[in-house]
Design a protein around this ligand. Structure first.
Ligand SMILES: *Cc1c(COP(=O)(O)O)cnc(C)c1O
Length: 360
């Protein structure tokens, strides 16, 4: 049965979960463990452009084993969330930034750009159908939205694919405790180099970073603090999150680099800084400065930020030759304030002075 509530034709999932089954999942959804009843699919083919935008039951994708993505990792993705407000309504947070970044990633990976309106409409229409999957907000639960694009031409030769598939998945996310963590400065790996794909949100960056995360864990650290690939001197980011420091002279300081992923959370928190009597500063920061300012106490707080975990307090740094705590090793007041401010806007509990939220 095909219906047409919006611009994307819908094939309804005849095996959609019952309300009772869904309620059970939503009491403890975990993260990325359950997927909603429907997904978006849109195809792109050379000579034809984007076509056959549709909403269909969530199911495995038919991919030929020679599909280009399986061999050469031509893949990009995005991550954003749908938030349920106290009045039951569902909202998105600055989704147009994800749409724009998706296209910057597409460009870097030699993939076709998706019109931003199609990116956004497809999410809105999928949420209109599967909105019942957005959990309540008592513990900052949400529905995580994962748009992605893969090269699906049957192709063993190396060149950009001539066909692509865009897909949007939705997965409910439960209450999440951001355990404060120490970051590992790996002597062995880098994440990105100038001219590489560090600025693009592509699966390949993640594939290349996984063993470094294992190394961090072996040293009792929660994540890696990535340094630049050329000098291994300049701070970049954490690989799924950007990093920020609060200084004793009232700065909210974050690294600037051509290789970091420009987070929506990073941008939002930099803008919120002034509301919290902090001056936002983005500039290159090197390891020597980090060490010195951890030692002399002029870095008072540190946190990592990204859509998935929001704000994760960083309480220390560890390298093969040294280990330093941030402040007294506890979660700082500005870190807590900024987290509350951002979540307050996202969940409609605080005034959205900058007009960042959008009804889903
Ligand atoms: C997605 C991502 C971030 C955080 O970006 P947000 O838009 O804030 O979620 C940071 N670093 C990397 C490598 C990422 O992929």
């Amino acid at each position: 049965m095909v219906e047409n509530p919006g611009t994307l034709p819908v094939t309804r999932n005849q095996n959609a979960l019952s309300e009772a089954q869904l309620a059970e999942i939503l009491t403890n959804p975990g993260f990325g463990a359950h997927f909603t009843d429907h997904m978006v699919l849109i195809n792109w083919d050379e000579g034809q452009g984007w076509h056959d935008a549709r909403i269909v039951p969530t199911a495995p994708l038919p991919l030929h084993p020679s599909a280009a993505v399986l061999h050469y990792a031509q893949e990009i993705f995005e991550g954003l969330k749908a938030y349920r407000w106290d009045d039951g309504s569902i909202h998105l947070f600055r989704p147009e930034l994800n749409a724009a970044r998706f296209n910057r990633s597409a460009q870097r990976l030699g993939m076709p750009e998706l019109p931003e309106s199609l990116f956004l409409d497809s999410i809105h229409e999928l949420l209109a159908l599967d909105g019942r999957w957005v959990p309540g907000n008592a513990n900052e639960e949400n529905l995580y939205i994962r748009p992605f694009m893969v090269a699906n031409e049957n192709l063993i030769g190396v060149r950009p694919s001539k066909s692509y598939l865009f897909c949007v998945l939705l997965t409910p996310a439960g209450a999440y405790y951001n355990a404060p963590m120490t970051l590992w400065l790996t002597p062995n790996f880098t994440r990105a180099a100038v001219g590489g794909t560090g600025k693009a949100k592509c699966g390949g960056n993640y594939a290349a970073s996984l063993i470094a995360a294992d190394e961090a864990a072996e040293h009792g650290c929660g994540q890696v603090l990535w340094l630049d690939g050329a000098e291994r001197r300049w701070l970049e980011e954490c690989g799924t999150m950007n990093i920020m420091f609060v200084t004793s002279d009232g700065e909210l300081l974050t690294p600037e680099s051509p290789n970091i992923l420009e987070g929506v959370t990073r941008d939002s928190i930099l803008q919120l800084a002034e509301d919290h009597h902090l001056r936002a500063v983005a500039r290159p920061i090197d390891v020597d400065e980090l060490k010195q300012r951890l030692e002399d106490g002029t870095i008072t707080e540190c946190f990592a930020c990204g859509t998935a975990a929001v704000i994760t307090p960083i309480i220390g740094f560890k390298a093969p030759e040294w280990e330093l705590a941030v402040g007294n090793g506890e979660v700082g007041p500005k870190t807590a304030e900024l987290r509350e401010a951002l979540l307050g806007i996202q969940y409609g509990r605080r005034e959205d002075a900058r007009g960042w939220t959008r009804p889903a």
